[in-house]
Each structure stands twice: as C-alpha cells, then as structure tokens.
Write a protein that binds this ligand. Sequence first.
Ligand code: HEM
Length: 402
Amino acid sequence: GTAGAAGAAGLVLGAGAGAGVYAAAGSESSSGAGALTSVGSTAVPFHGTHQAGITTPLQARGHLVAFDLAPGAGRKEAAALLRRWSAAARTMTAGKPSGDGDTGVALDAGPSSLTVTFGFGRTFFGRTGLNARRPAALDPLPDFSSDHLDPRRSNGDLWVQIGSDDALVAFHALRAIQREAGEAAGVRWQMNGFNRSPGATVRPMTARNLMGQIDGTGNPKPSEPDFDRRIFVPADGGEGPEWMAGGSYAVVRRIRMLLDDWEKLARGEQEKVIGRRKSDGAPLTGGTETTEPDLDRTGPDGKLVIPSNAHARISAPEQNGGAAMLRRPFSYHDGIGADGTPDAGLLFICWQADPLRGFVPVQRKLDRGDALSPFVRHEASGLFAVPGGARDGEYVGQRLLE
Ligand code: HEM
C-alpha cells in the first residue's frame, strides 16, 4: 500500500511513531472521474504532536524560505501571521485551495505528501519582545574554520520548509505562504531542492545525493527507544521553554559540492572518503547497507580499512558521545556558473532536541579532519526553533505568541 511505499528507507516510520502517518485522502480539488495515483493521494496530517516534515519520508521537491518581520511588525502581527500560515497549511496539506484568490497551480493534484513546517530564528524574539522566552538552544552556532557563509542567505526571523512529491504542489504552497505574509514579513532568502521521485526505484531505498552516495543510512530510526529523546523536545519542555514541548531544532546548511574535483577521484578513493561502498552503501568492512562498520579492522597493508578520516567514522554517534541528529536533506542545483562549475550540493537539514548535543559536536569534529572537507563548502547557515505541532483549532507557535 501507499504507506509501505512511502515509508522509503532512511526515514522509515515505525508503527506508532506518532507523526506523518499516511492515509489515502480524497482530493476535493481534483476534478473529473477516476482515482489519483498513490503519489497524489498521499496526505500527511497537519495536526499532531510534532509538526509534519520532520519524520515524514523525504519528498521529491522542497522549498526553504526565510522571512524577516517588516519594520514595525511585532508580536501581534507575528501571531496573526502564524494564524494565517497555519490555516493555509492546513487546507493545502489536505489537497484543497489555500483560500480566496488561490492561484490554481495545484488544481487537479491531490495532497501529494505536502508538508509545511514553521520555525523561529533567534532574531524573531527581539523583534517581538519575547527575548525572555527565547530558548538557549538558539544561541548562535560557533564559527567553523571551513565556513564560507553568506549572511544574506543565512538565518532569518522565520523559516518555512515546504516539501511535496509534486513540484507544482510545492510551488503552489510556496506562493501561498509568501502571499499570506502580506505586510507582516518579507522574504530574506529562498532555496529550492529535490530528492528522488517515489517509484523511481524497484523498491523503496535510501536516497542518493549528488555525489552519488547512498545518504541517510546511519540516521536514527523512529522505532529506536531513544529516537524521541534525541530528536524532539520532551512534552514538559525539558530544560528549555515550555512552549517548545514536542518541538525540535533545525540546523540548515547550504553545502556546495565541488563536483568537478569529486568526480576526478577514482571510485575506490571516493569510497575511502566516506568509508562506505558507493554501489550499495555497505561499510568498506563488508556486509550490506545495514551491517555495522568494523572500525578497528585493518587490511593486509596494516592500515585501517575504514580510514581514520572517513566521513562516516568521524560523524558516527559512537565517536561523538552519542550525539545524534536526524538528517533530512534536499539536493539542490541552481545552474552552471560562468566558470563552468555547477552550483549544486546539499540543502543539509538536521533535526535534534538540542543542537549542542547534535550538530555542533559533530560538525566540530568534521571541521578538524573530515576526508570530505576538500570537496564541500558550507555557504549558508540557519538555526531555527521548530515548535511542536498545532492541536486541532490551534495555530503553530500559539503557545509562544498568544
Ligand atoms: C553519514 C554524506 C555532511 C553528519 C554520511 C554518509 C554519507 C554522508 C554518504 C554515509 C551514509 C549515512 O549514514 O548516511 C555527506 C555529504 C555531506 C555531509 C555529501 C555534505 C555535502 C554532513 C554534515 C554532518 C553530517 C555537515 C553533521 C555535522 C553525518 C552523520 C552520519 C553521516 C551523523 C551518520 C554516521 C553514522 O551514524 O554512521 N554522510 N554528509 N554529514 N553524516 Fe554526512
């Protein structure tokens, strides 16, 4: 059924995971007889303990957009904005028009796994007079030696992640969100991404990135007992503010891939950079994609089979005091530059209950000696507090803004 196919590897939802439960939904916006395909009819519920778009299987299309509040807009305007945005997201994710003046771009299509996820950046709290309720977890990320960050494409007061398995449905949602911002907020930056289309492979598989690697294997699984604790703020708010209960922190990095350099490497060299085989994602010490890597094994030459600077070795939670994050990226490609190099890479998005126990320690270690570093460049960065899901009749962020 739809649920099995949609629960593609890498982000498979365990039974009872509580979010992103799939249900075939009829689409009131589709016209004519006949049923939608499973891609079109798949709906991800807007309401829930957690916002959709975190444990939801990777979608084929994504838009990331950051807004800054308009000069003079404060808490009242922000609350009204989140109310409008939530209403639009609720109807669009059910496959219905966003409201009066709908552009019609998504007509005929079903929900197509649309998710719209909202977050707050550090600067939001000063602008709305809410600094006292700003989570410590939003303190700026440390500088990393390999950073090449463009501040104009980084951070922002508000962040919206849109994902859908249909490009038109995703674009429709992006325009509706922009329109609903009205006079309250303006776009700061916007990025477009993609993943493999559902059904492109004979069976659901972990996605590949633009370097050709199977990417997502080591992700924590919702079926693991410590998954919720690692990814989501506990129901009582934990050590942070209570309004973040059921929420998560998103670290967003635009990571350019230096593909001309990467593609010059022989396959064996590429595999040593990660520590896994390109063909099937298995560790270089053997087995299948899901076999545990043998990090201590040496080869006939006496060297470690998985080199000491291999990306998957350095980033593994066991090497980082258990630091874990859920990586849920989109690839991007924004054309080929005047110098002939593609502006392409990974819109790296990782989710965790606390960035200081997820992204930061791992990136610190990668920064000191990851074999992948010569082939990537971090060009933009954002850190956002993504509150828990809205209950029925509630809007996202209401517990902060009301
Ligand atoms: C693992 C690629 C950036 C954290 C992997 C794997 C690949 C990969 C191919 C092995 C398969 C897997 O477990 O998913 C990339 C590429 C990157 C990138 C191409 C940049 C363009 C990052 C960054 C972080 C990170 C910035 C965090 C700071 C991890 C983690 C694992 C991993 C935690 C899983 C390790 C494990 O549990 O075994 N990455 N990665 N990666 N990566 Fe990255």
